[in-house]
Design a protein around this ligand. Sequence first.
Ligand code: NCD
Length: 522
Amino acid sequence: MNHPFKGRTISVVEDLSLDEQWYMYQQTAKLKRSLKEGKDVSSFRINDPEFSVYLMFFEDSTRTKESFRNAALFHRCRLNVFDANSSSFNKKESLTDTIKMLTGYSEKSLFIIRSPQEGVCRMLETNIGDYAEKMDFIQPSFINAGDGKHEHPTQEFLDEFSFLEQNEWNRDSIHIALVGDLFHGRTVHSKANGLKIFNNVSVDLIAPAELSMPSNYIQIMKSNGFKIREFQSIESYLAQQDVAKIWYFTRLQLERMGDKVLDKADSLRSSVTFKRQYLKDIPEGTKFYHPLPRHRVYPVIPPWLDSTDLNGYDEQSVNGYLTRIIEIGLLGGALGEDFTGATKEVIYKDEEFVIGAPIKKKPVRDVKTGIKPVENGIVIDHIGFGAPIPKIWNQIDKIRKTMELNYSSSHGVFSSRNIDQYKGIISLPNILSFDRRQMKMLGAIAPGCTVNIVKNQEVKEKYRLLMPPRIYNFDQISCRNTNCISHKSHNEPIITMFYRSSEDRYVCKFCEKSYSFDEIWN
Ligand code: NCD
């Protein structure tokens, strides 16, 4: 039977394709209708005592945890609420070891995890996936219930479901204002991809500079074709005419802020708190949303709004329970048999990065101006072509250090013939070849460089190196994000990996932090 969702992991929004997300929203709508009409909902249920749902919350939660707990109870499966405080975490056990063990305690498992570390579910998908294969266990699923400042995909799904309801299921366009702590709020970070369920997206970002949306998420939004505008406060937003009818508020995440920002908490909060005098500037039919909780002393949506038509957040939080029933049902294999759309795309394509290049019939000594001619050896040419001179020197240095080219060489920065641009050259006498790993490293440190294999003063082979689509299994790379689960301070058994995300950038497989190609090397 067709089970396209069974055993999958939802670490980020994009772990479900748009077709799959749409299918999930339609299933949720169907369930919601059936429940309202008092119809039989048993076809939505997993109904299997061998299916175990583990709730593992290493950060506080009420709504997410309780809606998942009740959704698991709906399915009549085995429910385990993991107590982090009395577990071997306090004896410094790794998460990988803990979950390996738990995977052996039931036939099929789904782990729902909230953690301050980012990329945990992606790590477990890999680590426990390998372990399950070795042990011949059924692949467990993982759901990210919020990881640090990274993502909160299931909150995103319930938010989008609520917006679709509000838009009467019209996917043509959405105009939304995101208000509040856009810097720390993972629920708004997930919108960078979640809003793609709509065809035309306009996003107004309303936050003071200290709490503004991180540039990588703005970049993702822009590359997804969203129209973006930025405002420092609700007041400045309402001073112009084009006001959105869907507002998404987030609270100030004071627990994640440093002292410097905390000193200013009052004025920051004030700029994103809704006030009575704003009411007259709000378009007819506007709805307010909030992932909740809101602060009971300083709410950005004050409670007097609860009884007004602006309140979309009550319905939104109910939708959390319903979308999560469907998510568990999909990963557990009870739903999805009739799904026919496209599934998730692979995020990288294993393209060749070593490209054969034409050899110009010139003696080496004429071409490599300034470099000692090599009788036999390798000449790395075109390093950092066109970049500023200090940057090229840096790249030469990085190549020599990272590749441990600790033998005699001559190297330098030279101007390219006939053009006013510079490039670096390293010549390595008596090194006769690079292996695949060395080529990969070189392609990732100095994309665009060429490798010339010289024999008897003649270039016999020449290759141009492109940025490899995927870099892993090198001790010399690491993610700098201390909250990333791959960071060495977390001591998980992990293979650091980066994917090429654009012409000159890599993203971490786990926390998805974006780096320029030369930043991933230690
Ligand atoms: C959000 C979260 O945990 O990221 N809450 C939630 O899941 N309902 C937002 C928040 O904590 O403010």
